[in-house]
Design a protein around this ligand. Structure first.
Ligand code: M6R
Length: 404
């Protein structure tokens, strides 16, 4: 039931602090089990192949970035491609089907291909008893609760949170065949927030300041170095951080401001790239406007030709590699495009460089994409509302796509 809400989508956006609490409960920490996986259960996994469609594919892409940063070879494939053109699979491969409904035909077809190979299979799904949960070797449930709106919202957040916990489980189990390169990058992940990540790192390493004064400065880097904060700490804070974003009316204002653009481009890098794709999917799906997502560094390889003063560019910042994304923003800005930045509160250099800024509480850069995405959900929602679209049932689309 929608209750006081005019759309299920809006209700489900607002439910995210609660659904995320359900997702992470009892699962945080090195020794925590993840459904079928007690500590050590994934030690022999060398490579991970995600298969999924639509929004779930974007969550899968996000998960693959998190694994690669932990030195574990991982790739995400669209299930409709994998099912008929799979990657090589061995008994050290884990094929992970990410599917909210557990009934998407393309994803089930991929799962069946993997089940017929030596690979181990896992379903990451919202629905207990779904076909995916029954057919995979193992299942992990995202615990988001029922989602009625055709546009996936709270389930994306819960999928990404689950895949982050899954990445930690794999890392703790010593999975993968990666080199130190991936592991070294984790050092950056742990400390980099805002544009002056290296400065933060140096400060954190050499500082003898108290935890209190560091916290007063509000940098995660400082917090990590003094109280041993981890991604787990950021995960515990995530539901409250999402509540802060949900209560922000910034996206509603921007939806009003940019109603007559020809196109809406969404760009990002690292975990910001799948979030850019997801932001564009949500926007086109419910507003019927032209929207595309790009890897930020890809703009200059073609899409920049389309950028004019009538192209709104929405850029996702996560607190990692933000200088590079800012450089890509300037490429679009110099063609007259209005820029909306979505990024951490403390990223003042980003805030100063863009035309409009939607901020979220500082967090670990790995989880920042979840917070950025909630702003993008709200932007799409309000833009669709202004256009009086059928938000919960967009034309031509179904909640569950059960034909290949
Ligand atoms: O149930 P699934 O997660 O397997 O569904 C896959 C896609 O059809 C789905 O994510 C779709 O892209 C979203 N509903 C769009 O908002």
């Amino acid at each position: 039931r929608k209750g006081v809400y005019s759309h299920f989508m809006r209700k489900e956006i607002d439910e995210q602090p609660t659904s995320l609490r359900q997702t992470i409960e009892g699962r945080i920490g090195d020794e925590a089990a993840l459904d079928a996986f007690p500590p050590g259960a994934l030690a022999d996994v060398e490579t991970v192949v995600f298969v999924a469609c639509g929004t779930s594919y974007h969550a899968a892409m996000y998960g693959s970035v998190l694994l690669r940063r932990r030195g574990i070879f991982a790739t995400a494939m669209r299930a409709n491609e994998f099912a008929h053109d799979p990657t090589p699979l061995s008994d050290r491969t884990l094929v992970v089907a990410v599917t909210q409904s557990g009934e998407t035909a393309d994803t089930l077809a991929s799962l069946r291909v993997a089940n017929a190979s030596p690979a181990r299979t896992l379903a990451v799904t919202n629905v207990i008893g779904s076909s995916a949960a029954r057919e995979a070797d193992d299942a992990v449930f995202i615990r988001a609760g029922p989602e009625i709106g055709v546009a996936a919202t709270k389930t994306f957040s819960s999928q990404v949170a689950t895949l982050s916990l899954f990445a930690n489980r794999l890392e703790c189990d010593g999975a993968g065949i990666g080199t130190a390169l991936g592991r070294e990058e984790i050092g950056d992940r742990d400390t980099a927030v805002g544009l002056d990540a290296s400065a933060d790192r140096d400060t954190a390493a050499n500082s003898d300041r108290s935890a209190d004064s560091d916290a007063a400065e509000g940098t995660i880097a400082a917090r990590r170095a003094t109280d041993g904060g981890t991604v787990s700490d950021a995960m515990r804070a995530l539901p409250d951080d999402v509540a802060t974003v949900v209560a922000d009316d910034g996206a509603a204002r921007l939806a009003e401001r940019y109603t007559d653009a020809d196109s809406y481009f969404f760009i990002g890098r690292g975990v910001g790239y799948p979030v850019a794709l997801e932001g564009a999917l949500k926007f086109k799906e419910i507003t019927y406007e032209h929207a595309e997502g790009f890897a930020a560094g890809e703009l200059k390889h073609g899409p920049l030709a389309l950028v004019t003063p009538s192209t709104v560019v929405v850029a996702v910042f996560t607190g990692r590699d933000d200088e590079r994304t800012l450089h890509n923003v300037r490429e679009a800005q110099s063609r007259g495009a209005p820029i909306v930045g979505v990024g951490p509160e403390s990223a003042t250099e980003v805030r100063d460089a863009v035309d409009q800024y939607l901020s979220f509480p500082d967090t670990d850069p790995e989880l920042a994409g979840i917070l950025a995405n909630v702003h993008l959900q709200l932007l799409a929602y309000h833009a669709a509302e202004i256009r009086d679209r059928a938000i919960d049932k967009p034309r031509n689309l179904a909640k569950s796509v059960t034909v290949e």
